[in-house]
Design a protein around this ligand. Sequence first.
Ligand code: 6CS
Ligand code: FE
Length: 305
Amino acid sequence: MTAIAHEKTTTTRDLYPSRTGGEYRLMPRRDPVVYGSPVAGPLDEATMTRYARDGYLHFPAFFSREEIAAVKEDLDRMRRDPGVRGREEAITEPDSGALRSLFAVHLDDCATGLLCHDPRIVRIARQLLGGAAYILQSRINYKPGFKGREFFWHSDFETWHVEDGLPRMRTLSCSISLTENTAVNGPLMLVPGSHKQFLSCAGVTPENNYKRSLKRQDLGVPDPGHLSRMIDRGGLTSATGPAGSVTFFDCNLMHGSGSNITPWPRSNVFLVFNSLENPLQAPFNGLRPRPEFLAHRENVDIPDP
Ligand code: 6CS
Ligand code: FE
């Protein structure tokens, strides 16, 4: 782990004010989408141009089923372990109490922890972010059959900016499917191109909002009008594919996923890479920072490329 400097107070102007008690308002993105160059790879120029345009890249079968099988065993072992459910990193579904998410899985000394450091993932993240990057957040979203509830539409950056003090958009997520993600079991849905504008949200964040929002997010989510216009403009796509598929998406891309009412789980590992040039500051909502397991800010894990 590496100690990184981070501002305990917010020193820079808030370029993306949200949940300040005003109305919903679309604002221009003030940051590039792609920071690195295609010269050294692994992504070629056309692929990086596609990421800049759409805000995501989807690679079906990026990892083999055999590689993912070991991680799937971890997932099942952790779900059965009663000790795991007692951890603060474990979030349960609001109605059934089934395991919904487990955070900070990159720290686990098992196949999942190894997957989170796989150089094939790290190299793409570093290229898109233009240099060294650390794991800002990791989690498994279990979305079990019958009981996995939705993750309503949102921009991750809106939450990480307001509640964690993430200053600029130099951050991305990487979703790795551990089970088959199909059209029917609650796949990740994305609004192509929605990353190019920032939707400043209405409302004001209460203390400890994360205790509710991780179960069911109702603050920092788009209103129907803005969301409909975003979808009219960019359309909708879903990241489907076999276990081992990978989706990289920009921190400000509007995304969500529906409830899973099928027997088939939709379990994915989510890794969030943040540029070392973009360390967390104090939360822009003026409240106390969220716990370390949600947003690593002092001693961070910088995976080797
Ligand atoms: O609050 C967060 O950090 C989490 N919430 C959502 C819905 N996506 C990003 C992240 O897992
Ligand atoms: Fe999200």
